[in-house]
Ligand binder design. Structure first.
Ligand SMILES: *Cc1c(COP(=O)(O)O)cnc(C)c1O
Length: 423
């Protein structure tokens, strides 16, 4: 299946491409579905072909028009990963993808491929705990300075100010995680990408690269690339995998930037396995249906929680006040509300734990985006290493519970939520 229909040049939608793009049944005994290519290495049809494949893989010559990258060895690539990467690039409206062992492998490999000692990174805050650790503790040991700016309405201006402080010619990467979690603050991708572009034009040397962690609302409800982001990346462990049965990551972007990221993936060995690639292909077929249904249930639950006397606060994009700046930004940037929500009960940790221990349908576990609903306590679990003063600034209280809404029947979710809240 090609990316465009033969009756014109209009591209197929990503939901359609997820069912066949990048797969040629003739190469696999006419199997309708791609087999799992459980192989570490690939046989060349001639020595000259092997030489040509390596010339491309090692960048010894430019790729010719229409020339495919040959398969060599599964640390470099594998058909299952390649198909997933092509389909993700279609979702993200970018050129090239790279699949990784985990979301953190995607984030660390992408950032390390772009920075060198003396460079600076600006990141929104909060970001995922592993990303924060990489930025706070690992990058500085390689001579890379990282400055955090608050996610939310003021993020673009804060990036501009941070760049002035760091020295605009030092900034190499602007990293955005939106919406942030667990406070569900949206940052303006287009405005931040525009600041990055201004910075690029103001100095010589490599352009400032905007990276968006699109795990929470993408690929279905948020498309960062058309808004100006360069690299879009995901923890594929979450909605893309979608069944809480694997860990993986993926990044997509223009060929010019992805080449260096893919090359570093080859050297660090942060690629994932063919079997995980196959699972991801299978999951990508249903990501749109799953995310839409999960978001619908999350919206219903958010409304139930808002009405509940024990609940003091509920955070979900569906509850943003029309006319507020966050609602206006969500409306411009997103096409759905997603299924991650947070709420707060009166009575601090003891009350939150009491609620958490009463759930029968929702499972008490971290992670998100799977078919089953999960609940967790950010302060003592996912955000346990955040200093108390920062927790307060992030709006994480002792009574806060984070929910990832799954695919269970809505009436069972409602019943279980009301039961856990003691009503
Ligand atoms: C889970 C997560 C990650 C890390 O992904 P892993 O697959 O666990 O390495 C990164 N960013 C966000 C937003 C996440 O939720």
């Amino acid at each position: 299946m090609k990316r465009t229909h033969s009756d014109g040049n209009r591209e197929f939608n990503p939901e359609t491409l997820a069912l066949g793009y990048g797969y040629d049944p003739e190469l696999s005994q006419q199997a309708v579905k791609p087999p799992i290519f459980l192989t570490s290495t690939f046989q060349f049809s001639s020595a000259a072909e092997g030489k040509r494949f390596f010339e491309l893989a090692y960048g010894l010559r430019e790729q010719e028009e229409g020339e495919a990258r040959g398969l060599i060895y599964s640390r470099l690539n594998n058909p299952n990963l390649q198909m997933f990467e092509e389909r993700m690039a279609a979702w993200d409206q970018t050129e090239v993808g790279a699949t990784f062992a985990t979301g953190m492998a995607a984030i660390s490999t992408a950032v390390l491929a772009l920075v060198k000692p003396g460079d600076a990174v600006i990141s929104t805050s909060p970001v995922y705990g592993g990303t924060h650790y990489l930025f706070q503790h690992i990058l500085p040991t390689f001579g890379v300075t990282v400055k955090f700016v608050d996610a939310g309405d003021g993020a673009a201006e804060a990036v501009r100010a941070a760049a002035q402080e760091l020295g605009p010619d030092k900034v190499r990467v602007v990293f955005i995680e939106t919406p942030a979690n667990p406070n569900i603050e949206h940052s303006d991708i287009a405005a931040i990408a525009a600041v990055a572009q201004e910075l690029s034009q103001a100095h010589e040397g490599p352009d400032v690269v905007t990276i968006v962690d699109n795990t929470v609302l993408g690929p279905v409800f948020q498309r960062p690339a058309p808004l100006g982001a360069d690299i879009v990346l995901y923890s594929a462990t979450k909605f893309l995998g979608g069944h809480s049965d694997l860990v993986a990551g993926v990044a997509t972007g223009p060929a010019s930037l992805m080449r260096g990221i893919r090359d570093l993936r080859t050297i660090l060995g942060t690629v994932t396995t063919p079997f995980n690639g196959w699972l991801l292909l299978r999951s990508l077929e249903t990501v749109s249906v799953r995310m839409r249904r999960q978001a619908k249930s999350a919206r219903s639950l958010a409304r139930i929680l808002v009405e509940h006397p024990r609940v003091t606060r509920v955070l979900h994009p569906s509850l943003l006040e029309p006319g507020s700046s966050q609602h206006e930004l969500w409306d411009r940037q997103c096409t759905g509300h997603g299924s991650l929500l947070s709420f707060e009960v009166d009575g601090g940790e003891a009350a939150a734990f009491d609620v958490l221990d009463r759930f029968e349908v929702f499972r008490l576990a971290v992670s998100l985006g799977g078919t089953e609903s999960l609940v967790e306590h950010p302060m003592s679990m996912t955000h346990a290493d955040v200093p108390p003063a920062d927790l307060e600034a992030l709006g994480v209280s002792a009574g806060m519970i984070r929910v990832s809404v799954g695919l269970e029947h809505m009436s069972d979710l409602k019943r279980d939520m009301l039961h856990a809240l003691g009503g």
